[in-house]
Ligand binder design. Structure first.
Ligand code: TRP
Length: 465
């Protein structure tokens, strides 16, 4: 098994897995979900889901990975449940789908970084034009981003993924803390913080609750075996439970920080008026350049470039984890050479992502009216459709099956045995009891319900709650 490689240290694994978790989900998506979901009311629900529900799922994924030292498909086979490896296959497919559109957005972030360096703040107003008419450039950015991802993954686990995470994650942390502190010193920062941290419970509807759950799940990289894969490179002497706790804390902490950065910036630009803030994808790509433009002196260029560099770093450690899933599957199961495999898969995923690339106005066919759900009431573009399908549908379903499998098919006894390795006090502890309850009952049940609600609401416009 030595040829598969592995993480050199516990901190290397934690940084890589936290790198997978911290991504566009935290910095691009989280703030606008907060905005739609009633500020702190959403944050509170999000935190509860992360620690109570998602954390045990994470522990299960890592345990399955480490026990088997295999990719998500091979892992189920290795445990002797060949039929269940379909969950792993679904995970590999989800990973491919997610990376295909995720890389497009990462490419935008990279393009914006280049614009900010040159002081082209007008790009914010041109966001729609950027994604529709400047498609040559946008494609190039996507190719470069996928290239960087493939380069890191091709270097293997310790020499590529771990090494990159050890540089990117601490730098990211310094950047986000620095930017947040800077943002808090701006005029009207307080109104932004207030908007973020004063809960508005009137906005909490059923869909806000399960969006919070979906967001937490996506943000922690759960439900598709990304952490089975990373877990397969972890040494037996490491404590899985404490590692997972650090990963969860890092992810939640950085998402929290991203909100604390975003809202003061927006409030500064609007002189404290938070009523008509643009939500959705535009919150970062359309609004922020305008904020940076108002900074005097070189401030705009510096802060703007740092912000989008931060976004690129966050995205890169995530795209790396997404690519590693299909790569480990193909390398383990078909016994092929890693380097070539990485580049071939990266190219294939880039090609699968072309419709997403074209779906923001460049091609009429893939754009807004690409697909219509529910008799015409919901039109959406290709990228949103894939996002709904993979993030909101496959991930909760995958998570439900993985936890059900862990507790009832593989059995809690084996799960606990694996978790006790590297964690001497685990047996008989409260942590053990909680994990058994969460993995055995809470997570599969809640995830099944969320899955059904999301399918009904997203694809049939039936809102049960
Ligand atoms: N968690 C990342 C983010 O927040 C995205 C991501 C990377 C992911 N790997 C994943 C999501 C695996 C689900 C599964 O941006």
């Amino acid at each position: 098994m030595a040829s598969r490689g592995g993480f050199n240290s516990k901190i290397g694994f934690i940084l890589a897995a936290a790198g997978s978790a911290v991504g566009l989900g935290n910095i691009w998506q989280f703030p606008f979900e907060v905005q739609a979901g009633g500020g702190a009311a959403f944050v509170f629900i999000y935190l509860a889901f992360s620690f109570i529900l998602c954390f045990p799922v994470m522990v299960t994924e890592i345990a399955i990975g480490r026990k088997t030292q295999k990719n998500p498909v091979g892992a189920f086979k290795e445990l002797g449940y060949k039929k269940w490896s379909i969950i792993g296959l679904m995970g590999v497919i989800s990973g491919v789908l997610i990376l295909s559109f995720y890389n497009v957005v990462a490419g935008w972030a990279f393009g914006y970084f280049l614009e900010m360096i040159q002081g082209n703040f007008g790009i914010g107003d041109r966001f729609t034009q950027f994604t529709s008419s400047e498609i040559g450039r946008v494609s190039l950015y996507g190719i470069i981003f996928m290239g960087m991802t493939a380069f890191i993954v091709s270097k293997g686990i310790s020499g590529g993924i771990e090494k990159a995470a050890k540089f990117l994650m601490p730098t990211l942390l310094i950047m986000i803390i620095g930017l947040t502190i800077y943002g808090l010193t701006l005029d009207h920062a307080f109104e932004g913080v207030k908007f973020y941290l004063v809960p508005d419970f009137s906005k909490v509807t059923g869909s806000v609750i399960y969006n919070a759950m979906g967001q937490a799940f996506f943000s922690l990289s759960l439900g598709m075996g990304a952490l089975i894969t990373y877990g397969s490179y972890v040494d037996r002497k490491e404590n899985i439970v404490s590692s997972a706790a650090y990963i969860t804390l890092a992810d939640v902490g950085i998402a929290f920080c991203a909100g604390l950065l975003m809202f003061p910036l927006v409030s500064f630009m609007n002189a404290g008026n938070m009523d008509n803030v643009q939500g959705g994808a535009g919150l970062i790509f359309a609004t922020l350049p305008g904020v940076f433009e108002t900074f005097t002196g070189p401030g705009g260029v510096i802060i703007g470039s740092l912000f989008f560099l931060l976004l690129c770093f966050a995205a890169l450690t995530s795209t790396v984890s997404l690519l590693e899933v299909p790569v480990s599957y193909v390398v383990d199961e078909f016994k092929v050479q890693r380097k070539t495999t990485v580049w071939i898969i990266a190219i294939v995923i880039f090609i699968i992502g072309i419709p997403s690339l074209l779906s923001k106005g460049a091609s009429d066919f893939f754009s807004t009216s690409f697909i219509t759900y529910d008799g015409g009431s919901m039109n959406t573009d290709f990228m949103n459709f894939i996002q709904k399908l993979a993030n909101d549908t496959f991930l909760p379903f995958g998570g439900c099956l993985i936890t059900f499998f862990g507790a009832w098919i593989w059995k809690k006894k084996n799960l606990n045995e694996e978790l006790a390795q590297g964690y001497p006090g685990y047996r008989g502890s409260f942590v053990e009891k909680y994990i058994n309850f969460a993995v055995g009952f809470l997570a599969p049940a809640v995830l099944a319900v969320v899955f059904v609600l999301i399918v009904l609401s997203s694809f049939f416009d039936i809102n049960v709650v």
